[in-house]
Design a protein around this ligand. Sequence first.
Ligand SMILES: [Zn+2]
Length: 444
Amino acid sequence: MCPTSPRKRSSRQTAKSTTAGAKSKRKVEDTESESEPEVKPKKRKTATAGKKKEEDMGPLAARTAVSSLKKAMYIGAHVSSAGGVHNSLQNATNIGANAFALFLKSQRKWTNPPLAADVRRQYLDLATKHSYDSAKHVLPHGSYLVNLAQADDAKAEQAYASFVDDLGRCDQLGIRLYNFHPGNSGGADKKEACARIAKMLNRAHGETDKVVAVLENMAGAGNVLGARFEELRDIIDGVEDKTRVGVCIDTCHAFAAGYDLRTPEAFAKTMKEFDEVVGLKYLMAFHLNDSKAPLASNRDLHANIGTGYLGLRAFHTLMNDDTFAGMPMVLETPIDRKGPDGKSFEDKQVWADEIKLLESLIGMDPEGEEFKAAEERLWEQGKGERERVGDQVQRREAKTKAKADKGKGKGKVAKPKAKAPAAKGRAKKKVKDETDDDDDSDYE
Ligand SMILES: [Zn+2]
């Protein structure tokens, strides 16, 4: 019932290569290609056929009335906008989502036709019909091509044009929050790179109306900006209109960057650090993903909720914190499954079920049997992937360490730990996987 979708790693690689060290990544991904089954499907060969099937699909779960929940948690997923942004609303409804993310245009192309008047009208009509508040619970995701930290003038202009075009689309659709990856320094000074991003945001704010630029925290070290809260702060510091900048915390990215969320105590500590460094008032959204890779591994590998190294307890803590009520919370978890014919397909039931699971955590006793049973079941389900990726991370760290030791002539390069971001950034450059799992969903 869901469209079959071939893998799309190669196209994403190409896109990413423009913003990140192509050589080292290429190398990393080659070694991983056979062992990373969670990679997203390739661009649909038959986008229309795929879309049609999806529309015919009908609801996989009914939406929960947020007013019936003990806390106002708006949970959804990054849904497809293939065939036009208006289609995202039906796709979100189908999985019972009360919030959602989408791409506003093809994220593989630099230039796209402007938002058509009839598509805009249909979007606005359907948002009303399905009662989605676009200003609060729709969180588009920026293009992976765009790197606002770009130092090269011509490339920076190209990135800016695509970025500001997206912000303009948000204004046209009544969308207020726009999530994007801060960028990549390309090896240049990080402070200067953050300042370049801020400058671009100031310029974009001047050319658009209301939309808020929401920076996503990242998993990677190396040249990727936004893995440390300090970098998000540095960007925000340079933004003139502070009412138009915010942060989206991706739980997988945070954990992979070394911010623990597993226990209520660790979660509180991370949020305290966020508040002290960035400021809670800037927190506007979440990407809800478990992590296939261990703490501080800098690997961006999204796992299904409760099956990764974060575990279900992290999400229980999140779901029961009033601080986060009202924010859009978006799943970017893997939904590729093998059908009986051995072919891989996107099983959107996974998101429908995860939304219900997360909603069920609100008010659930974490010491009670219901929670313990769910926690154990999911933990067991993810065991194989955790072990596989955990081993991989360990092997790479050992390899990197050996290489670094050799390079230094005389050993003693400390194994990178979460608390040493600078050293880690250098040492792990080669092993880092800059592939982001964010684009789990398809698009035109
Ligand atoms: Zn994300």
